[in-house]
Design a protein around this ligand. Structure first.
Ligand code: C5P
Length: 396
């Protein structure tokens, strides 16, 4: 886990205030010190005892309480992060105008920490010119705006205005704190698993979901890089704000990666690329009536893209490969990784264990990263996002 942060969760008065409990909870579960500042209106939607129990700290509301400790600025000054969820149209307008007629306003004005707001309101209010101008003002000042999502609103209406989900708000808020150390860099990431067609309806594939590669692309984007994601059959949506190039087969992935790699500062080959493809692809669906009880497939080797990239090193370009192995013994797994990096010639190799229930489609990952000489550079164990950041630290 990362260093515990002092997080101010500001809650303003909208129905979505009940979801702010989830925001506070998510920060607490991740080990952070949460201080809730609620407006009077917010406390009409969600009870103080709930917020105090969840945040494990007193809930602050009053500007004229604790005046001797100058509490109206102390919280803001000591915060590492300020998150306002939900941010009503009124609160957004007050923030844009710099008003500080309540504790939330003074806390925010007194803080130099990153400010994240999660708007929640009816669609008409969100689309109103005043709100749009206010949001533009906040963005221009560097405020991070998360959502709103589009969907069912409190009444029978639906549309943009629904507060983003607590976990997404927390992820975005934590991302706002990460260093932007990859600004101006071009990072190419391959993700997912290739599919090699047998006929128009069948393919040979693998179980890669693309989650780890997508997490790397997202982390690189958050750290300021220009990201090209070469995506092979992802089971998760690609992140926004990056250049996505969809591919199907290993040959297509090769063409896309080699093109994108020109001028890139880093290439991260997280995709599971088929080592073999059927020698012949049938134009028509293969019929069991014609094949009988057995069907022999003849496969031919696919090009090894990682080895190809590594055989023509470019100054200043870092090439990172992956080794997903089923070896159960840690030392033997590491030896496989060392042998693989010696064969492939890339700069770093991210070694992880996979199996029937490990590695694929899971939320977490545990990896060992080895350098070309076979030395262990780092180990990372956590969410795929945490592993992604550890990998990108190699480019720092
Ligand atoms: O040899 P192996 O498939 O275990 O190597 C895995 C690494 O090599 C991954 O980074 C994968 O993206 C890459 N690879 C490749 N081209 C292939 C097979 C794997 O670039 N044909």
């Amino acid at each position: 886990m990362s260093v515990p942060l002092r997080v101010v969760v500001g809650i303003s008065g909208g129905i979505a205030a009940y979801k702010a409990v989830g925001v506070a909870r998510e920060f607490v579960l991740r080990g952070h010190d949460v201080h809730v500042v609620a407006t009077e209106a917010a406390l009409r939607f969600v009870g103080r005892p709930t917020l105090e129990a969840i945040s494990r700290n007193p809930v602050e509301t009053e500007l004229f309480e604790g005046v001797a400790e100058v509490r109206h600025v102390a919280l803001g000054q000591s915060a590492d992060l300020v998150v306002v969820a939900p941010a009503t149209a009124n609160t957004i307008a007050k923030l844009a105008a710099g008003l500080s007629d309540d504790l939330l306003g003074t806390t925010i004005l007194a803080s130099t920490a990153p400010l994240v707001v999660a708007p929640a309101m009816h669609t008409e209010m969100w689309q109103n010119a005043a709100t749009r101008d206010n949001i533009a003002t906040l963005r221009r000042r560097g405020v991070h705006v998360v959502g709103p999502a589009s969907g069912q609103l409190t009444g029978s209406d639906s549309g943009p205005g629904r507060m983003a989900e607590p976990v997404d708000i927390v992820e975005a808020a934590l991302a706002a704190l990460r260093p932007r150390d990859l600004v101006g860099r071009r990072v190419v990431v391959s993700a997912g698993g290739t599919r090699e067609p047998l006929d128009p309806v069948r393919f040979l594939g693998n179980r890669s979901s693309g989650r780890q590669g997508v997490a790397i692309a997202e982390a690189a984007r958050d750290r300021g890089a220009h990201v090209v994601l070469v995506a092979a059959h992802l089971e998760v949506p690609p992140p926004s704000g990056i250049d996505v190039r969809s591919v199907g087969t290993a040959e297509e992935l090769r063409a896309a990666v080699l093109t994108a790699a020109e001028g890139a500062d880093a290439v991260v080959m997280a995709a599971a690329v088929a080592d073999y493809r059927p020698e012949n692809v049938s134009d028509a669906k293969i019929k069991k009536e014609q094949q009988g009880d057995e069907l022999a497939l003849r496969l031919v080797r696919n090009p090894d893209i990682l080895a190809e990239l590594s055989s023509a090193p470019v100054d200043g370009r870092t090439v990172i490969g992956f080794a997903a192995e089923t070896e159960t013994d840690d030392e033997a797994l590491l030896e496989l990784g060392r042998a693989k990096i010696a064969r492939k010639g890339c700069d770093y190799l991210v070694v992880n264990r996979v199996g029937w229930s490990e590695g694929f489609a899971t939320e977490g990952n545990a990896v060992v990263i080895v350098s070309r000489g076979g030395d262990i550079v780092t180990r990372a164990d956590g969410t795929k996002r945490e592993v992604a950041d550890a990998i990108l630290d190699l480019l720092g």
